[in-house]
Design a protein around this ligand. Structure first.
Ligand SMILES: [Zn+2]
Ligand SMILES: [Zn+2]
Length: 137
């Protein structure tokens, strides 16, 4: 007897696909639906985690992501990859807890390294525009 995937039954899929009935005798799923389930769970877990850590919902994360065109809030248009598989980190002000936006890991780390200090950022810009070596004879 063929064991049919529980989700295939639900969706009325007629083709009988191989399932993982040995591992999940009560809820066997085909490879396609196994993957779909894993993605759903992953999204759910992510939603729960950011809700606990940052106090924003998965839905808000998605709106923020759309607002940022799906890329990092700093390097986005330059080096960002739309639809990159790696999720963007939620960047927040460590003092006030305010969520600022979504950043790639590099930019998030970078802000941490300079302690979110815009004076340092400005000095870095000045340094690059006017390197000290050019003023030494
Ligand atoms: Zn299925
Ligand atoms: Zn970035």
């Amino acid at each position: 007897m063929n064991v049919v995937c529980v989700d295939c039954i639900k969706e009325g899929v007629k083709t009988v696909r191989p399932t993982d009935k040995d591992e999940h005798p009560r809820k066997p799923r085909c490879a396609t639906h196994r993957l779909a389930l894993r993605n759903r769970q992953r999204k759910q877990n992510h939603g729960r985690r950011i809700e606990t850590v940052y106090g924003i919902t998965g839905e808000y994360y998605q709106r923020l992501l759309n607002h940022q065109d799906g890329v990092c809030g700093i390097c986005g248009p330059i080096t960002g990859r739309k639809g990159a598989s790696r999720r963007l980190s939620v960047d927040h002000n460590h003092g006030t807890g305010e969520v600022r936006g979504l950043l790639c890991m590099t930019c998030n780390d970078y802000l941490g390294l300079i302690k979110e200090d815009i004076t340092i950022l400005q000095r870095a810009i000045d340094y690059l525009l006017n390197p000290p070596s050019r003023n030494v004879l």
